[in-house]
Design a protein around this ligand. Sequence first.
Ligand code: NAP
Length: 246
Amino acid sequence: MKKVALITGASRGIGAATAKEFAASGYNIVINYNQSAEEAKNLARQIEQDFNTECLCVKADVSNEEEVKRMVDKVITKFNRVDVLVNNAGIAIDTTLEDKTKDNFLKILEVNLVGMFLVSKAVGKILLEQQSGKIINISSTNAIDTEYVYSLDYDASKAGVISLTKNLAKAYAPYVNVNTVAPGWVNTSMNKELDKEYISNECKKILLNRFAQPAEIAKVIRFLASDEASYINGTIIRVDGGVNNE
Ligand code: NAP
């Protein structure tokens, strides 16, 4: 029987690349999205065509507990199991410190951190019953380096992800490995507003001198879900091309 990977925020970017990566590795896939129904459905069609696998698309706002519960029920009804959870859904609202608002700060925390908690809790229960599974949480190097005041709310949410990961690893031991991937800059729509000069300056701070492609993050996520990573637990893996300190 094929294993099942549930990926939140999989309609595009890192989540979509992760869905493809798991499908290529023989998993059935659950593509979660909140707003981008067309993108999610097109991706599901493409994956089913390219790989001999089944895809379930589920709309759910990860920060809405009822929607999360309904999503997990649908997954169990369809596949009767879930083996891997990739908590990838995330948002950023970059502004000057002056323009930051309580509402936006709370929105970011709700999606990036509370949403991760809600999905982990709902899926974690099943993984514990199965006495096996993997959870991979997507943080960011911003959680550790905090270089950009413009994203201080986002950075705080991503720092929370690291703490959540360590606690969940304890809560679900010894059955479920829970780890964090912390990407640096990645070429996705999250960064579509950045101008060329800014990107060029940021690339100078990266030893590989470029942003990552989403697939380069997806491969690390898939590795963490594999048997090869069976002894990696409760930790953070940076995938940032190397920091240029000069
Ligand atoms: P992206 O292209 O903007 O994609 C974000 C995904 O999250 C979309 O599929 C979006 O789907 C989904 N999403 C947003 N709010 C949601 C909600 N409330 N419920 C369910 N899904 C929701 O971003 P990305 O760059 O691929 O980022 C993916 C993850 O990597 C995020 O957690 C991000 O913080 C992290 N990350 C990104 C970078 C980077 O440089 N790009 C670096 C470090 C970490 P809908 O449109 O359907 O809502």
